[in-house]
Ligand binder design. Structure first.
Ligand code: NDP
Length: 234
């Protein structure tokens, strides 16, 4: 059955791969983008997840064009790494506001229609770093760990209405976010990953579409690692 899917930050990287995977299986897919054009083949809507009015407007547009959002993939995210002693409160708050509060804003906006429909899927894009920690990533790790609390609380609040909320925790994926790593650093990371390699965005997308499908209807509040064994299931 075709569903209406909204992927935040779906104009590139993991979000784009997720959007394309849903489109390929025949779903009605919308992505949010902050600048530029939407990728080909999916409906694009401008949205900055740090602004509730922008989130609300994006949902309203998607509802008018494609129908109520049945599957939310809260994927938009940023990093701003630096060591704790050097990290400003602004750097901490900005990353939390995008990665954690941004996901909250989208989940809150999506929940009304999901409740009415008595069906919904929320998938939050976390990271292996959320449960593993990472030097220089106090802000990012806190934001990604916070998503676990969000998904589990949503599960407890809305689970009886056929709404699931899960977390996907990727390890190292080849996108713009990891493109700035030096080859030396990449080799170092590869040595620590049991799979011995970074993954392609498609390998995350397959897990997301599966979580949104009927086969995963009894899975909620789960954290699914997609990290080549790096976190050992956390
Ligand atoms: P990219 O940097 O390639 O893409 C990030 C996306 O988020 C872009 O579409 C960007 O939009 C969007 N975004 C950022 N801030 C906002 C905002 N305020 N409002 C709306 N959209 C925003 O990252 P990835 O594809 O690598 O990452 C996607 C998600 O996966 C992130 O949450 C990331 O933390 C997570 N992740 C990534 C891993 C990796 O190794 N790559 C590993 C683990 C988790 P724009 O193009 O306008 O900037």
């Amino acid at each position: 059955m075709a569903r209406t899917v909204l992927v935040t930050g779906g104009n590139r990287g993991i979000g784009l791969a997720v959007a394309q995977a849903f489109a390929k299986q025949g779903d009605r897919v919308a992505v949010t983008h902050r600048s530029g054009d939407a990728p080909e083949g999916v409906f694009g809507v401008r949205c900055d997840v740090t602004d509730m009015a922008s989130v609300d407007a994006a949902f309203t547009t998607v509802e008018a064009e494609l129908g109520p959002v049945e599957v939310l993939v809260a994927n938009a995210g940023i990093t701003d790494d630096t060591l704790l002693m050097r990290m400003s409160e602004e750097q901490f708050t900005r990353v939390l506001d995008t990665n954690l509060t941004g996901a909250f804003r989208c989940a809150k906006r999506a929940s009304g229609r999901m409740l009415r429909a008595k069906w919904g899927r929320m998938i939050f894009m976390s990271s292996v770093v959320g449960l593993y920690g990472g030097p220089g990533q106090v802000n990012y790790a806190a934001s990604k760990a916070g998503l676990v609390g969000v998904a589990r609380s949503v599960t407890r609040e809305l689970g009886s209405r056929n709404i699931t909320a899960n977390v996907v925790a990727p390890g190292f994926i080849d996108t713009d976010m990891t493109a700035s790593l030096t080859e030396e650093r990449r080799a170092e990371y590869r040595r620590s990953i049991p799979a011995g390699r970074f993954a392609a965005p498609d390998e995350v997308a397959g897990v997301v579409t599966w979580l949104a499908g009927d086969a995963a209807g009894y899975i909620s509040g789960a954290v699914i690692p997609v990290d080549g064994g790096l976190g050992m299931g956390h």
